[in-house]
Design a protein around this ligand. Structure first.
Ligand code: ATP
Length: 256
């Protein structure tokens, strides 16, 4: 098992966000993290990344407690894609992506040919090679999001944790990203991504973890977890779940 959360409690000083979260993530598995605003998705991701200590319980990476991994070792295994932010520093997109190579460089070492090649390959694989020389602060929110995903790919991790990765993307890039997530998983990368859209889970996730009211309310295959009953219970919205004629993919539509 790549990642195991064992009876994990998470939160901030004086504020418990969720308790008793137990789940495992296997090689090449895609896990979608859903839950209402404030349910604790970002908090859970920060805890998995070692940015926030667990309140109790354990996290194991490749069977070894996360607390025993050095920051550098951890960064070679887990990459994080935050929500696109506007950096204040006018780095080129290529340099932002090259930052993903930091865990492989010594303290004063500058990136070499292998690092540049990894950055270029990551940019290429997302179809944004043309952005390489643009200034990160002067591209669109969606382009920044793709650059951050390229940075994570350049890091060559075995697990990628993504906070609403499709939030800023147009419909085309959105669908291309989801299919890229599936391809990367099929090549062995394990993925956790948060989303507010149940259809994202239906499209690419192997399993869904649903956080609500301080608990892991459900964990399982999208079709087992994202039912009209659960959606009503969690979001107080009536939905229909089904497939369009000629398609096997399930979709979730509101009954307004
Ligand atoms: N730095 C912090 N200190 C204290 N409480 C925080 C902090 N950041 C978030 N919280 C609280 O922790 C809870 C979980 O927040 P979190 O950001 O993990 O939710 P989320 O599921 O990612 O929400 P959203 O869907 O709105 O992004 C919320 O009640 C939030 O107010």
């Amino acid at each position: 098992m790549r990642l195991a959360l064992e009876a994990l409690s998470l939160g901030y000083a004086g504020r418990m966000v969720a308790q008793d979260v137990t789940l495992e993530l296997g090689r090449g598995e895609v896990l979608a993290l859903l839950g209402p605003n404030g349910a604790g998705k970002t908090t859970l991701m920060k805890t998995i990344l070692g940015l926030l200590p667990p309140r109790s319980g354990n996290i194991r990476l490749d069977g070894r407690p996360l607390s025993e991994w050095s920051r550098r070792e951890r960064a070679r295994r887990i990459a994080y894609v935050p929500q696109a932010h506007a950096s204040v520093f006018p780095f080129s997109v290529r340099d932002v992506v090259l930052m993903g190579r930091a865990p492989y460089l010594g303290p004063f070492e500058t990136p070499g040919a292998v690092d540049v090649a990894a950055a270029e390959a990551a940019l290429d694989s997302l179809g944004i090679a043309a952005l390489a020389d643009r200034v990160y602060t002067m591209i669109s929110g969606g382009e920044r999001q793709l650059a951050l995903i390229a940075r994570a790919l350049a890091q060559a991790p075995s697990i990628m944790v993504m906070d609403e990765p499709a939030a800023n993307l147009d419909f085309g890039n959105h669908m291309r990203l989801l299919s890229r997530i599936r391809q990367l998983a099929d090549s062995g990368l394990s993925m956790i991504f948060s989303t507010h859209d149940p259809d994202h889970a239906f499209l690419v996730a192997d399993r869904v973890a649903l956080l609500h009211d301080g608990r892991l309310r459900a964990l399982g295959r999208p079709e087992a977890v994202l039912t009209p009953e659960t959606m009503k219970d969690i979001y107080d919205i009536d939905v229909v779940v089904g497939s369009l004629p000629g398609s096997s993919v399930r979709l979730c539509a509101p009954r307004l």
